[in-house]
Write a protein that binds this ligand. Structure first.
Ligand SMILES: NC(=O)C1=CN([C@@H]2O[C@H](COP(=O)(O)OP(=O)(O)OC[C@H]3O[C@@H](n4cnc5c(N)ncnc54)[C@H](OP(=O)(O)O)[C@@H]3O)[C@@H](O)[C@H]2O)C=CC1
Ligand SMILES: O=CC(=O)O
Length: 381
């Protein structure tokens, strides 16, 4: 397991001169120590005063301003199989595979999904099914969430019977969904107002890596929670990065997925062009795979794209959501992103073709539709 830690608010260069031993720089890469006591890593005073947290069905981002962050961390216990009850809300493509690995590793897991049928296989494999996200958080010490988008993440966290309603000091909420930084900060504020700890931990890696326990966690938020959940993160992933205050993990994920989304559209256009000039797409895939632009994604998706089949591992609607969020981030910080904007237009076109639930490689069909549009145009008198 690769571990990279950057303490909150400390730039790598400053870290080099002020804190870290040379072996840790510029990034600490070592196996994870899950054995040490967490007590020493909790510097904040404990207070039992928990402010009232308003419970809402609908959520307005402004409401979060009424959640006053409370420095109120009970000492966190280190999660361990056979000892710690974990929660998991959001049993979609990713949540199913990740929960399975936690169960296989011997963790007791309580789950919830909006469509409760999706929990059935996990129930057969030993999970308990809860009636609400609140029940999950009230039962578990640490609750994970893997939800589709910012709206779902906010709703499941903040609704009346949501996760926050079940949290208390000593508990933690780890949101592994891909959302924007503001969403994450809003959820963090509500979680802390309940006296609990928060970690955003979006993952890089798709259905396959989720099944194999080889995800890459891009975490930020409460570092003591990062340490406390090291064992379950190690079960589900091959690497984990601690990047600082919440927002950093979300931003990292959006940068990575923006690049991935643009790569995929470029690859689809390459395959389409090759086809048009009489080259075999299989040959293109092989040539690309041998050179400097070789990428596991091209090797994995190329053959199915050439065959125009798109069984969903990473739904196209989620890739388009990530492009949209990355572009919004670019706008916010005045970073023009013309390539990403062009790629986003193709994902939007693919969604309009009804391909949102297919794999994101189905963007190939939007490229094909444009090719067809040119043919049709030329064919007209
Ligand atoms: N698939 C992938 O390769 C990867 C996905 N991701 C990210 O992980 C997240 C989940 O992806 P994935 O598992 O593929 O997606 P799925 O579409 O398979 O699952 C989405 C989950 O969110 C739930 N959900 C959606 N809206 C709501 C809502 N309003 N209230 C409650 N629950 C809701 C769904 O519940 P229900 O079943 O009831 O619809 C489901 O459990 C996304 O943010 C995605 O961007 C990150 C890395 C890789
Ligand atoms: O978010 C998708 C991924 O493959 O990573």
């Amino acid at each position: 397991m690769t571990l990279a830690i950057r303490p909150q608010g400390v730039a790598p260069a400053a870290l080099a001169s002020r804190m870290a031993p040379s072996s840790m720089l510029p990034r600490l890469q070592s196996s994870c120590d899950t054995s040490r006591s967490l007590r020493s890593s909790v510097p904040t005073p404990f207070t039992s005063a928990i402010p009232h947290v308003p419970r809402r069905r609908t959520f307005n981002a402004l409401d979060c301003r009424s959640y006053r962050p409370l420095i109120c961390h009970a000492t966190l216990t280190e999660a361990a199989p056979g000892k710690t009850v974990l929660g998991f809300v959001g049993i979609g493509i990713m949540g199913l595979a990740m929960t399975r690995n936690l169960l296989k590793a011997g963790f007791e897991v309580v789950v919830w999904n909006r469509n409760s049928q999706k929990c059935e296989p996990l129930e057969q494999e030993g999970a308990r099914v809860a009636a609400s996200p609140r029940e999950v958080a009230a039962t578990a010490t640490y609750t994970f969430a893997m939800l589709s988008d910012p709206e779902a993440a906010l709703d499941v966290a903040l609704r009346e019977d949501g996760v926050v309603a079940g949290l208390a000091p000593g508990k933690g909420y780890i949101d592994v969904s891909t959302v924007d930084a503001e969403t994450s900060r809003n959820i963090a504020a509500a979680v802390r107002a309940a006296g609990a700890t928060f970690l955003e931990a979006p993952v890089s890696g798709s259905k396959g890596p989720a099944e194999q326990g080889k995800l890459i966690f891009l975490t930020a938020g409460d570092q003591e929670l990062f340490t406390a959940v090291a064992a379950p993160l190690d079960v589900m992933g091959k690497a984990k990065f601690y990047l600082g205050a919440e927002g950093a993990g979300a931003n990292m994920k959006l940068v990575v997925n923006m690049v991935m989304g643009s790569m995929m559209t470029s690859f689809a256009e390459g395959l389409a062009l090759a086809n048009k000039v009489g080259l075999r797409q299989q040959d293109v895939i092989e040539v690309v795979g041998l050179g400097a632009i070789a990428a596991p994604m091209f090797a994995l998706k190329g053959p199915t794209m050439a065959g125009r089949t798109y069984n969903s591992a990473f739904p196209l609607k989620h890739q388009q959501k990530d492009m949209r969020l990355a572009l919004a981030l670019g706008d916010e910080v005045e970073q023009p992103l013309p390539m990403a904007a062009a790629a986003n237009a193709l994902y939007i076109a693919a969604r309009r073709q009804g391909l949102g639930d297919m794999d994101f490689s189905a963007v190939m069909e939007a490229v094909a539709a444009q090719q067809q549009a040119v043919v049709d145009e030329k064919g007209q008198p």
